[in-house]
Design a protein around this ligand. Structure first.
Ligand code: HEC
Length: 167
């Protein structure tokens, strides 16, 4: 083996020792980004995402929202997932997502994900890192609501008034 090749091999080995899981981690992060993008997590957990047709820069993704969803369950707020993941280790994250919670969070979809996919989302959130403020606490039914909120309750049909039809 010539000396240059030996140096190259040594530096590659040193790199592997310093980041033993880096290739696998990168793959999980990329898969997490992909899953989050196709599963609509930003629709609720990123302010302005729906309104701008997804044109929110990635550094702001999944930092939660203080615009609540009001329904028979009270008011729920899309959590700041970056702060949630920052506080949990991997088993803690898996336990949290399997525990479930209030609507309209699509808990059944999360429960249907494979463990590998849930871990990939966790790795992606950790890769983005902690940012932003925690979302407000959920509000119990019948309590005052201090924030803007969507009313997630079916409204009765609103037939056209007779006058509006006469043309
Ligand atoms: C329709 C809106 C909506 C969508 C879409 C959505 N979420 Fe949520 N999510 C919420 C709301 C609202 C809460 C708060 C629920 C509660 O208080 O129990 C929440 C809570 C959570 C929590 C619990 C956080 C905590 O505080 O412990 C996790 C984890 C989570 N969402 C992950 C996801 C992931 C991953 C996706 C994409 C696959 C997603 N959510 C898509 C609305 C949504």
């Amino acid at each position: 083996m010539n000396i240059q090749l030996a140096r190259l091999v040594l530096s590659l080995l040193a790199g592997l020792a310093a980041h033993p899981a880096s290739a696998g981690d990168d793959r999980a992060v990329d898969r997490g980004r992909y899953l989050v993008s196709i599963a609509g997590c930003n629709d609720c957990h990123t302010d302005g995402y729906i309104e701008t047709d997804g044109k929110v820069p990635e550094p702001r993704w999944l930092t939660g929202s203080a615009v609540g969803f009001s329904g028979p369950w009270g008011v729920s707020y899309p959590a700041n997932l970056r702060l949630v993941a920052a506080k949990l280790d991997e088993p803690g994250w898996l336990a949290r997502v399997r525990q479930g919670g209030l609507p309209p969070m699509p808990w059944p979809s999360l429960r249907a994900m494979s463990e590998a996919d849930l871990v990939a989302i966790y790795r992606y959130l950790r890769h983005l890192g902690a940012a932003g403020e925690p979302a407000p606490q959920a509000v119990a039914p019948g309590q005052p609501i201090a924030t803007p909120h969507f009313v997630f309750v079916p409204q009765p049909p609103q037939p056209l008034k007779t006058g509006a039809l006469a043309r």
